[in-house]
Ligand binder design. Sequence first.
Ligand SMILES: Cc1cc2nc3c(=O)[nH]c(=O)nc-3n(C[C@H](O)[C@H](O)[C@H](O)COP(=O)(O)O)c2cc1C
Length: 618
Amino acid sequence: MAVMTDIKKEAQKAKEKINAMPTRVLICAGTGCVANGSKNVIKKFQELGCECADRECNCSSNTFSTVITGCHGFCEQGVLVVIPSLDVTYVKVKVEDVEEIVESHIKGGKPVERLLYTDPKTNEHVFKNENINFYAKQTRTSLANCGEINPESVDEYLAVGGYEALAKVLEENNPQNVIKTVADSGLRGRGGGGFSTGRKWGLMAAGDKKYVICNGDEGDPGAFMDRSIMEGDPHKLVEGMAIAAFATGADEGYIYVRAEYPLAIARLRTAIQEAEERNLLGKNIMGTGFSFDLHIKEGAGAFVCGEETALIASIEGERGMPRPKPPFPAVKGLFGKPTIINNVETLANVPLIIKKGAGWFKSFGTSTSAGTKTFALTGEVNNTGLIEVPMGTTLREIIFDIGGGIRNNKKFKAVQIGGPSGGCLTEEHLDLPLDYDSLIRAGAMVGSGGLVVMNEDTCIVEVARFFMNFTQNESCGKCVPCREGTKNMLRLLEKIVGGQAVMEDLALLEELALAVKDGSLCGLGKTAPNPVLSTLKYFRHEYEAHILEKRCPAGVCKAFKTIIIEEDLCKGCTKCARVCPVNAIEGKVKEVHKIKQEACIKCGSCLAACPFKAIKEV
Ligand SMILES: Cc1cc2nc3c(=O)[nH]c(=O)nc-3n(C[C@H](O)[C@H](O)[C@H](O)COP(=O)(O)O)c2cc1C
């Protein structure tokens, strides 16, 4: 078999085609930049340069070629335009800027300084990505191709060594060896649980028919790393799944993606079609006798459908509800057949591990958590976006180096890590290495990698209420502890932020949290109390302030606020009374107005409407 030689020939051809293109202008076409108008920016570049959008590019007579890419991660600076041969990254590019970039920089050699990233600390312009603090401390491996290659072109993936890992395993034809390499690498599931991927693959039962499923449900609020990989590097996922199928003896697979991810679905469809056309998927792949058919299943967007047994039910056309384990899917999964389910990021790491070796992967991270991890960094930090760092990087490095510190020079208060299944950590955890075990010990978890940074103006009890509201809404209702427990926990949290709770409510909240954690059927209920338990552990005084002192220390909860009108400033213009939705303001024209406190719902409309700043919250 000359599988590797064949794939290297394909790569060479692809490279030649790409090298023949004139100056490559890489424009982010990830969801964030599309929302910022990147489609129009792309169109304008195409008008001024190459119109072929690269797939069948024949534009060597042009000055530059327009290449769409996936997400670069720094979404808040979008639309991002990178021109590698000119060593430049332009940020916040608008349609109106395109002509200047083309004329001044691409044709004239003079950079457009106003469109460069400006370092907020030094106030200096920064040319290259790697000199921008947000990128400088990152180690991008699973995200390496996102922003660098066109996700809608298999040639671009081949040119950077894509499908070589698949060729390698097919040529060696030793599935056990593949499983051993993945196990030796220390790769643990990136979908939340952190189970050893190699071990999971080794547990796949024997059977006439087996499946591989990629879990692209990504329901955690704030997380978008799986989406970025699916949108920005879909072939890597396809390749990872084909390797997983070969290792475990499966011949059919599904990518389960929520329907809210239309761009990811479209790019995956293109990738599957292209891979089939090149005989990298489908029957008798590269003449080796190995066959693997891949389908996409669109999910309707229920958080519980990310749970593996609920996900299987959903693909089978049933209502997405979990079932007790064992049997585990590896023994009895999709349509009753042995099935492997892995997360997008987990599978995207597989081709790299096969190509570069278990030792390479283990050289990143900690002794028990190998490799890198993507995090969606959001909240009150200066630089928000998608980042990838070695496991074991500290919160301080992420928040203050990559994230550029807290916005508006406010004080750091807490970070919610791991989404609704995770927990809140505090200043004392800033030097905690982020890895599976350290986080569990601290009462949080890596989860899917959502990282929400909060400042001193955040009410921790309200944060716990927010996450409980989410999990209660998403509970499928099958088991009583989760269905009734989360409802009652939410009720108690509402009582606390509403200023009506007594200390017995706090004791009951804690008792319920432990009961829901212990008694629920699936991970949704088992982890739903985490935000409450972790905030009770580190911020109990805030709960007590709400209950005993009838005070919200962060000054957020409406229940503890009174809105008043300052008599000497009020001119009787009536604007406040006219916007009040509950008619709680009385007063005649040109006379001082008053708020009926018993009727006021503290919505703040009057505050915004008053032209004389006569209305205040106290
Ligand atoms: C309520 C709930 C939601 C989940 N959502 C996801 C998800 O969106 N994506 C994901 O990969 N795993 C999710 N998981 C974990 C999966 O059930 C499963 O453990 C994971 O996909 C296995 O892949 P891994 O070993 O590669 O992490 C969720 C689990 C629970 C309990």
